[in-house]
Structure formats: structure tokens, C-alpha cells
Design a protein around this ligand. Structure first.
Ligand SMILES: NC(=O)c1ccc[n+]([C@@H]2O[C@H](COP(=O)([O-])OP(=O)(O)OC[C@H]3O[C@@H](n4cnc5c(N)ncnc54)[C@H](OP(=O)(O)O)[C@@H]3O)[C@@H](O)[C@H]2O)c1
Length: 286
């Protein structure tokens, strides 16, 4: 297998940070997209830059700045002959908390980064992906199919990406471009510590959700710290860059698999009641 050219967003942290050396070890060329570009690449990946030199480059990418995506496509034209084998849409964050207390700016930003960013980046890079009969991977979430209280905006953004990915797969299968989703449960990345944004209104002591949110925040941060080994997800992403045929959706993590099985087997009424009681007991201690 020849080394592929892979553009990976969110390469600075978590799954992305772990996937970069795996991809390099497999002989691929990695365009590590991150806020801060080359300067940050050299800070975070000093060893990899030293060892893999020309096979690791960076583009400065903010997912909410879609005007810059054409520059990324131009860079691929100039440096890689307009050919890209894999786009991994991994960057994202979670806006959590009661929907009533989220501001319009917060909700719009969640969709800019988790939905419009990957959708428009994919659109900008499709000509380069078509040339190689390449592939597009989306890092979704179990929240892309299962919804709990306080996860509304994040879950809606991940549901949107699931729908987009599935439709794109239908449309691109005839031209040989494969599209796939990775849907992780909870994994111990920096997500719970630095990629969670909480609903603005609940910070106000007069909010009806203020006290619940304080408990929820403690629970969610400690729950994140108990997640699975994130290198498993990084390995899965790397494998999906390489396998000849890839499935539309791969769930990873015991919690993701269990929740998905419950969704398939329980009637909505029962599942909704169980989720509500479980959430209040585990996350709010009530
Ligand atoms: N960890 C989990 O349990 C879990 C479960 C399900 C799904 N996921 C999904 O996995 C993906 C990766 O998350 P992670 O767990 O690896 O978390 P992480 O360690 O916090 O990494 C998040 C990555 O996204 C980047 N990012 C966030 N906002 C961005 C923006 N506006 N523009 C450009 N880059 C941005 C971050 O860049 P900076 O370093 O510049 O902030 C960072 O590289 C996300 O899509 C997340 O929804 C995670």
C-alpha cells in the first residue's frame, strides 16, 4: 500500500494528537490542521517533525472560518498535485447545558464548528478527493444517535453530521469516494477538561437551572476522566484510512455499544423514561 495523503482536523489534541504519529508510522503524509498552524505543529509534534520531516505539515484552520478553506484546497493543489486521499473531520467541541439557558451566539457557534465547518471543508476538498477516489471520515459521537438532557445542542450537531455523512456516502459511492462515521462513547481525551462549553444563562444564580448545572458540571468532568483509552479511537481512525472497504458507521466504546443496543431494542417511551431517571440519578444526584 502506498503512503496516503491525509488531512486531519483537530490534530492538536485528543484523538487527533494520538492519530498523527500512528499515521506517520504507517508511512502516510499528514496535513495536521489546527489553530496555530506550523508554529503550533512544531511545539506539539517536535519529535515527529524531527523524525518524519517532509511527511508532516500543518495548515492553520479554524473550523468557523470557512473563508479560509479555499486556501487549504489551493495548498493541496500546489504541494500535493491537487490530490488528497483522506479527509478526517475530527475537530469539535460540546456545548452542554439546558437549551433554555444557551445564548443564540453559543448555539450558532456550536453549529459553525461541528457542522458548517466540516460540511464546507469537505465541499472545498471534494475535487482533490475525487481525483484519488479517496475517502472522508467524520468523527461523530454516540450523541449523534442518542440524546440525553443537557446535551441538546451538541447532540443536534452530531445528528446533523450523521445525516450529512450518510447522504454524502449515497452520492459519492458511484464515483468511488467512501464516506464513514466514527461514533465514540466516552474516551479520556482533553474533551471533558477543555472542549466543553456550558450554557451561559445557567451561570447566573437566578437561573432555575443554576444549582443543577453546578452538579452536572462536576459529574461531566469526572465522567470524562473515567472514559476509555483514546488511543483505541486514534487506531480506529488510522485503520479506516487504510482498509479497502469501510462501513458507514463504526461505534466504539462499551457505553456507545450499550446505548445503541438499548435504542434498537427498547420502545421509545421506555427508553425515554429510563434515560431521564438515569440522567437525574447519575449526573444530577437526584
Ligand atoms: N472524547 C470523547 O469522549 C468524545 C466522544 C465522542 C465524540 N468525540 C468527538 O471527538 C472529536 C475530537 O475530540 P477529542 O475528544 O479529541 O477532544 P479534544 O482533546 O478536546 O480535542 C478537540 C480538538 O478539536 C479542536 N477544535 C475545537 N474547536 C475548534 C475550532 N473552532 N477550530 C479548529 N479546531 C477546533 C481542538 O483544537 P484546539 O487545541 O485549538 O482547541 C482540538 O484539536 C470531537 O469532534 C468530539 O466531538 C469525543
Amino acid at each position: 500500500m502506498r503512503g496516503k495523503t491525509i488531512l486531519l482536523t483537530g490534530a492538536s489534541s485528543g484523538f487527533g494528537r494520538l492519530a498523527v504519529p500512528m499515521m506517520l508510522d504507517e508511512g502516510h503524509t499528514v496535513i495536521a490542521a489546527m489553530r496555530g498552524g506550523e508554529a503550533r505543529l512544531r511545539e506539539i509534534f517536535a519529535d515527529e517533525v524531527a523524525h518524519h520531516g517532509g511527511r508532516l505539515v500543518s495548515v492553520d484552520l479554524h473550523m468557523e472560518r470557512s473563508a479560509s478553506f479555499a486556501d487549504v484546497a489551493r495548498k493541496i493543489d500546489e504541494h500535493f498535485g491537487g490530490r488528497l486521499d483522506v479527509l478526517v473531520n475530527n475537530a469539535g467541541y460540546g456545548l452542554l447545558g439546558p437549551l433554555e439557558d444557551q445564548t443564540e451566539a453559543q448555539i450558532r457557534h456550536q453549529f459553525e464548528v461541528n457542522v458548517f465547518g466540516p460540511v464546507l471543508l469537505t465541499k472545498a476538498l471534494l475535487p482533490a478527493l475525487r481525483r484519488t477516489r479517496g475517502r472522508v471520515l467524520f468523527v461523530g459521537s454516540i450523541a449523534g444517535s442518542i440524546v440525553s438532557p443537557f446535551y441538546g445542542s451538541y447532540a443536534a450537531s452530531k445528528h446533523a453530521i450523521e445525516a450529512y455523512a450518510e447522504s454524502l456516502r449515497h452520492e459519492l459511492t458511484p464515483v468511488g469516494v467512501q464516506v464513514a462515521l466514527v461514533s465514540p462513547g466516552s474516551f479520556k481525551t482533553e474533551f471533558a477538561a477543555r472542549s466543553l462549553v456550558l450554557s451561559e444563562g445557567s451561570k447566573d444564580p437566578s437561573s432555575r437551572y443554576h444549582d443543577e448545572m453546578r452538579t452536572f458540571e462536576r459529574s461531566i468532568r469526572s465522567y470524562g476522566g473515567r472514559g476509555g483509552d483514546p488511543s483505541r479511537v486514534a487506531r480506529l481512525i488510522t485503520d479506516l484510512c487504510e482498509r479497502a472497504r469501510i462501513p458507514l458507521r463504526t461505534l466504539i466504546g462499551p457505553d456507545a455499544k450499550a446505548m445503541s443496543a438499548l435504542k434498537r431494542t427498547l420502545p421509545d417511551r421506555v427508553r425515554f423514561a429510563a434515560m431521564n431517571v438515569g440522567f437525574r440519578k447519575i449526573m444530577l444526584g437526584t
